[in-house]
Design a protein around this ligand. Structure first.
Ligand SMILES: Nc1ncnc2c1ncn2[C@@H]1O[C@H](COP(=O)(O)OP(=O)(O)OP(=O)(O)O)[C@@H](O)[C@H]1O
Ligand SMILES: [Mg+2]
Length: 376
């Protein structure tokens, strides 16, 4: 980014010259670039969008995920359910695991469920699309490759000579599709070209029922076949109460032996400081620490809130840049206007009603603003 600095008198030059400051931020290692193996399937781009600062904190959670991955590579199928409030860092945590797995020659596939989009099997469609677009040489397609075209009609053009899906009654077709998708993922997980497979299913609180049923089927079959498969499911637990149509299937999923529900919690006060230091590229001084305390108090350590508020402060001069340092203004005068509240509000629109502890009026954000939601 470039910022005009006006005319500066420079040593050795007779007249002042127009100057521009170059502002840079440390690059985050997303794991996309620098692949040693040009044939490796890259980490799905959708998993890595919007990353602007290094991953901070949560070492215990990452250790736990690393251990799941280690056991996966030894031939056990596992699933981790990353549950937490909106903006807490579920997708980012999955991305951090993906980065580590990719560095260890693991393959990562990703698919997201979208609000209001009733397309069945959507995350599986996305995963198959990424895989077949990037594993052009000799892709593994399982026992019933032709049936996969039901998920991704484009597959026939990518894979020459693919048999068309078998027409039958709807129940049988669905069964063959389950078999096809399951055997495809099991064979990819056990493919010698990678050390195992991480399949990230993001935003499952918006999944359709068939997507969850396929996930159950996959986990059962993969466990029997000792597939090196780690399924990472993320969902907003604030959105899934007992009356939610998916809660029964999620409960079935949780009952499988190799499935673990792992809460993702807000950042601690110290981690908020680390997040700010990582974004700023230097240690926080007294004013920075004061700002971090206000941020923590206002956001309860929710990283989405923190990054949005920081972005706003930088854009509006609440935090100034002097050289390559952040200089915060008066932390107590922190005011977040409608626009930023709207962004936060949209992210929290699915916030459950009381009695869940939620929607605390925020001190200097105005009486109608909301703060982080938390499950009971
Ligand atoms: N530990 C962390 N270190 C640095 N940044 C983080 C961390 N956790 C989350 N973030 C950042 O906070 C923002 C929100 O994180 P993320 O999108 O992962 O939340 P989420 O839980 O998936 O939310 P949603 O339920 O809306 O999908 C992102 O910009 C992300 O990069
Ligand atoms: Mg997310």
């Amino acid at each position: 980014m470039f910022e005009p600095m006006g005319d500066l008198e420079l040593k050795g030059l007779p007249e002042p010259v127009p100057s521009t400051r170059v502002i840079w931020e440390p690059l985050v290692d997303t794991g996309i670039g620098g692949d040693d193996d040009p044939d490796a399937v890259p980490v799905p781009a959708a998993l890595l969008t919007g990353i602007s600062a290094a991953y901070v904190g949560r070492t215990a959670l990452l250790d736990q995920l690393d251990e799941h991955w280690r056991r996966t590579t030894e031939g056990t199928t596992r699933a981790v359910l990353l549950a937490g409030e909106p903006g807490v860092g579920k997708t980012r945590t999955a991305a951090e695991l993906a980065r580590r797995v990719h560095q260890q020659q693991g393959l990562v596939l990703y698919g997201r469920c979208e609000e209001g989009l009733g397309a069945p099997y959507q995350p599986y469609v996305e995963a198959l699309d990424w895989y077949t677009a990037h594993r052009s040489a000799d892709p593994v397609l399982g026992r019933l490759p032709g049936e996969l075209a039901r998920l991704l009609p484009d597959l026939a053009t990518r894979v020459p000579g693919l048999a068309p899906p078998t027409a039958s009654d709807p129940g049988s077709e669905e069964h063959r599709l389950f078999e096809a998708a399951t055997s495809w993922l099991i064979e990819v997980a056990n493919d010698e070209r990678n050390t195992g497979l991480v399949l990230v299913l993001d935003d499952v609180h918006w999944a359709t029922k068939p997507t969850l049923l396929l996930t159950l089927h996959l986990l059962r079959a993969a466990s029997e076949r000792q597939a090196r498969l780690l399924v990472v499911v993320t969902y907003r637990d604030t959105d899934i109460g007992r009356a939610h149509p998916l809660s029964a299937i999620l409960a079935d999923l949780r009952r499988l032996p190799a499935v673990e529900r792992t809460p993702v919690d807000n950042l601690t006060e110290a981690e908020v400081v680390t997040l700010m230091e990582s974004a700023a590229g230097h240690e926080m001084d007294e004013a920075g620490l004061a700002l971090s305390q206000v941020l923590y108090a206002e956001t309860e350590g929710n990283p989405f809130f923190i990054t949005e508020v920081l972005r706003h402060l930088i854009e509006t001069g609440g935090v100034r840049r002097e050289g390559d340092r952040w200089v915060p203004g008066d932390a107590e005068r922190l005011v977040v206007p409608e626009g930023v509240r709207d962004v936060i509000g949209r992210r929290l629109s699915a916030c459950p009603p009381p009695p869940t502890r939620c929607c605390r009026p925020a001190r200097s954000w105005g009486a109608t603003s909301t703060s982080a939601c938390s499950s009971p």
